[in-house]
Structures are given as C-alpha cells and as structure tokens.
Design a protein around this ligand. Structure first.
Ligand code: PLP
Length: 399
C-alpha cells in the first residue's frame, strides 16, 4: 500500500519558536495586533498566519490538526474538546431541519443517544440499520437523507463497515459518508476508501494515555472551513474547542501511535487465538471466524493489524461482573470504560458504554448482557497475561 499514515506523520516537520524540536504551545486565548485593520481581516479569515481568538483557531490546535489530516490523508482537520464534540457539530453542519440520516445501529452509545434523542429536537431524524447489509442501507435512504454514518469498526460489537461499498452508495444518492474511525486508527484509512469525513475520539488510542478527552474531524478544506465559519459553523458556534496545552500533549503522544497500535494488535491477536482454541467464542476481526474478516483484510493497512479491541460473551451480567472484578484484582487490567490505554480495560457495554441503547434494541443487534468488551493493553509478555486470564476464567466457571 503506498499510503502509509505513520510515514505521513513522520514526514511532518515542526520547529518551536526558539528552535525547539516541539512546536511552541500557544498559551493564550487572545492575540494582539499592531494594526486594527489586520484584526478585522483576521476575523474575516483573510489574514494568513494571524490568530484572533483561540476558539477560532490556535497554532497548537492547527499543528495537531495537520498531523491528524496527514494520518487520515485528508486535506485538513479540526480538533475538538472531545469525540462527541467532533461528531455532533459534523452532523449538525451537514443536516438541516427536515433532513434524515442513515446510521449503523451498532455505534457508540453517546452517538446513538444524540441521533435518537437529541437530533430530533432540531427536526433531524435517523434510521438505524445493520451496517453489514448494503441492501438494507440502500432501502433506508429516502429523498431527505443527507448522511450515512458509521464506525469503521463498531463499538462494541466490532462489526466492520464496507467503506468502499458505502462510499459507492453515498455517491449514487448524493450523500456524505461520515466514518468514526476511533477503533482503528492507522489500520484503516476511511478517506482513502471513499469516506467524505473521518472522525476520531482522540481520547482513545490516538492519545493513548487516558489523561484527556479530545476529538477531531478530518475532511476537505471546504468542509472544515464550513465548520469553522464564524456566522454559521457548528464547531465555531457550539464551541467544543480543545485547549492548546492538551493539543500539544496529544501531538507528542501521536508520535508513538504506530508502535503502540502494532503492539495492541499483536496482543489482541494472540489472546483471541488462544482463547478461541480454548473454546471461547471470541469476536475479533483478526480471526477467520469473524464474519467480516475478509472484508477487514481487503481494507486494512496490514502492518498495523486488526486492532486492540476484542469481545466475548460469558453468558450473564453476573458472570461478566465476577470475571471483571477478579481480573482487576489479579492486575490484568482495569474495570473501566474507554480504550487505547497501556493497561487492558474491560467493561460490560450493555450496562456501560452502550446503556443509552434500549434493551430491546440491544437484543436485536446482538448486544447481550454477558458481553465483555476488552481494549487490550501493551503488555510486554502477553503469554503470561493469557495464562493468568485463563486461570480467572476457570475460577469463575466460564472456561
Ligand atoms: N466514538 C467512539 C467509537 C467512542 O467509543 C467514543 C467514546 O467512547 C466516542 C466516539 C466519543 O468520544 P469522547 O468520549 O471523546 O467524546
């Protein structure tokens, strides 16, 4: 594959104000002008290289945005204070009252709740579909549909979206394809497969240290300009701006992303293979038993593997809780939401990160109470982790 996201990040060159190897942090909310006219020009977006006010733009946020755009292969990007602060302005920018969205039904609970409960207040409705069925998706498109929304690898069921197929549908019906790539940075490059807009919660793998929330919208210059428009730009006016100190620290963490993703993927693959051999029904895109294994392979950037997320069902919430508490006691990881940390994180999404999805809909999409979602850590010796995990599973009687 000629497009390598990590090489693109590496190829960027930044200098700090005094020749530092890291760009200087713009620790200011507002900026002075020698001439009042330049201030007016900057406000109108006509003074290249000048800054007015840090909700509009700041050097630190632009540096981080540039690195993320290089990673996704888009013209540019706009960073935000959280993943939700990237998703909601994007959808509100693309839709007006009366418009319709076709969304995957297996998405992060917050995105689901926004589409189901909040967007209708503004006259925007959503049909939730099985993202693995292009027929069902096409059948859900109507004359008001403006957006196709999905996650490249879905939270928490790890369904894989056929981004090329979705992009064809989007073009055919004149829709924008918006892909949340939070679970698969580097491994999948949705814009290269035809997505119009690519979103991340930076909170997860990209930052990788579970010390901040953050988000990004990667897209065309035109769309990012729209989001930032002072008169009607959703990011500008809803105001989910990232703080410069944080964007500087996320940028520094991004430099090790390729190494971390390889290790997360290697560890998740090893655990999945071993646990599957033990008879556990593992959901992991790297396994041949995953229904979209071949699809993932047709899209991925091989060297970054199948990602760090896996899931399996232990039969009931009681068993899931018992196992998670034991694994935490044995220091195999933390019973916590979120993902992309150096330690393994696990939770039961039916009652946690997907609890916004009503029980009957969880059932329909195959999200059972006993499902545990794992974000596999950077464990140095994954064989040792596997042996310990196996013991825990035997102790609670799920193996
Ligand atoms: N998208 C996905 C796939 C997520 O898992 C999450 C959070 O869990 C989000 C978006 C929201 O991101 P944030 O919590 O940074 O707002």
């Amino acid at each position: 594959m000629s497009f390598n996201p990590a090489d693109n990040i590496q190829d960027l060159q930044y200098f700090g104000e005094f020749g530092g190897v890291n760009p200087s942090i713009s620790d200011s909310s507002t900026y002075t002008f020698l001439h009042a006219k330049t201030m007016m020009d900057t406000f109108e977006g006509n003074a290249e290289g000048c800054y007015l006010y840090s909700r509009h733009s700041s050097p630190s946020n632009l540096f981080l945005g540039e690195a993320l755009a290089a990673m996704e292969g888009t013209e540019t990007a706009n960073v935000s204070a959280s993943g939700m602060g990237a998703i909601t302005p994007t959808l509100m920018q693309l839709c007006n009252s009366g418009d319709h969205i076709v969304s995957s039904r297996t998405i992060y609970g917050g995105s689901y709740a926004f589409l189901k409960n909040f967007a209708p207040k503004f006259g925007i409705t959503t049909s939730f579909v099985n993202i693995t069925s292009l027929e069902q998706i096409e059948a859900s498109i109507n004359k008001n549909t403006k957006v196709l929304f999905c996650e490249a690898v879905s939270n928490p069921l790890l369904e894989i979206a056929d981004i090329k197929g979705l992009s064809k549908l989007a073009k055919k019906h004149n829709l924008k394809l918006v892909v949340d790539n939070t679970f698969s940075p580097l491994s999948i490059a949705p814009a290269k497969l035809g997505a119009d807009v690519v979103i991340h919660s930076l909170t997860k793998f990209i930052n990788g240290s579970s010390d901040t929330v953050g988000g990004v919208v990667c897209g065309s210059q035109e769309f990012i300009n729209d989001l930032r428009n002072v008169n009607d730009g959703a990011s500008m006016l809803l105001g989910p701006v990232m703080d410069s100190l944080r964007s500087a620290s996320v940028l520094k963490n991004m430099r090790t992303l390729h190494i971390r993703i390889k290790k997360h993927s290697e560890n998740a693959m090893c655990l999945s293979e071993n646990l599957e051999k033990d008879g556990i029904k593992i959901i992991y895109p790297g396994l041949k038993s995953h229904p979209q294994h071949e699809l993932y392979k047709s899209m991925y950037n091989k060297e970054y593997g199948f990602g760090g997320m896996l899931a399996f069902d232990v039969g009931s919430l009681v068993k899931a809780d018992e196992l998670m508490e034991l694994m935490q006691n044995r220091n195999l990881g933390y019973l916590a939401v979120s993902l992309g940390f150096y330690k393994t994180l696990f939770n039961a999404p039916g009652t946690g990160t997907s609890s916004e999805i009503p029980a009957d809909e969880q059932k329909e999409m195959g999200l059972s109470d006993g499902l545990i979602r794992f974000s596999i850590g950077l464990d140095n010796n994954i064989e040792r982790t596997y042996q310990e995990m196996k013991k825990c599973m035997q102790e609670v009687g799920v193996l």
